[in-house]
Design a protein around this ligand. Sequence first.
Ligand SMILES: Cc1cc2nc3c(=O)[nH]c(=O)nc-3n(C[C@H](O)[C@H](O)[C@H](O)COP(=O)(O)O)c2cc1C
Length: 185
Amino acid sequence: MQLLEGLLNRVSASKLEAPGPNEQQLEAIMQAALRAPDHGNLKPWRSVMVSGEGRHQLGELFKQAQLQRNPQSDAQTLEKCSKMPTRAPNVLVLIASPKEHPKVPASEQIQSAAAAGHAMLLAAFAQSIGAVWRTGWVVSHGLIRNAFNLQEQEQIIAMIYMGTPSIPLKPVPKISSQEFIKQWH
Ligand SMILES: Cc1cc2nc3c(=O)[nH]c(=O)nc-3n(C[C@H](O)[C@H](O)[C@H](O)COP(=O)(O)O)c2cc1C
């Protein structure tokens, strides 16, 4: 797939099934992320793959976290939480990990980590792997932060669900660029 074709046509795939990316495909996804623009070449992110049984363990943590938020949560809500990570064969947890740097503020490093996330989505799409970037309240909950050993300056910026799309991809919305660019002066 040509680069521009992929850039213009990528859509998220939220209904995903096995198989997820194989080793080579995942390597391409990681290498694409490592080509993201990066002030100071700090690679200010890390990622953790959750797959197989790990998804059930993560789902259990989501459930526990929900119970901490609201001890009166009903069974349906708890069940939904516990099943969230099983919506795809692979969930790549992307963690922005800003470093101390005299010239590159943490905010720029988080932008760079987000650019890496976008590159991951594009590299998945280029290989016909379905992917969707998700976050939600879980990413900032203490139980989930602990599960991925987050340091104080770190934050989970994405849980990238990956797999094989189980329904056709949605069409690309047509949006005029006119409102998004103006000439200066
Ligand atoms: C930082 C960030 C967090 C997001 N979190 C969620 C989320 O928790 N749940 C969700 O359904 N979509 C979330 N999205 C949006 C989807 O990933 C997706 O971009 C959106 O549904 C539009 O679909 P498209 O990518 O095909 O245009 C998030 C996107 C970003 C950039």
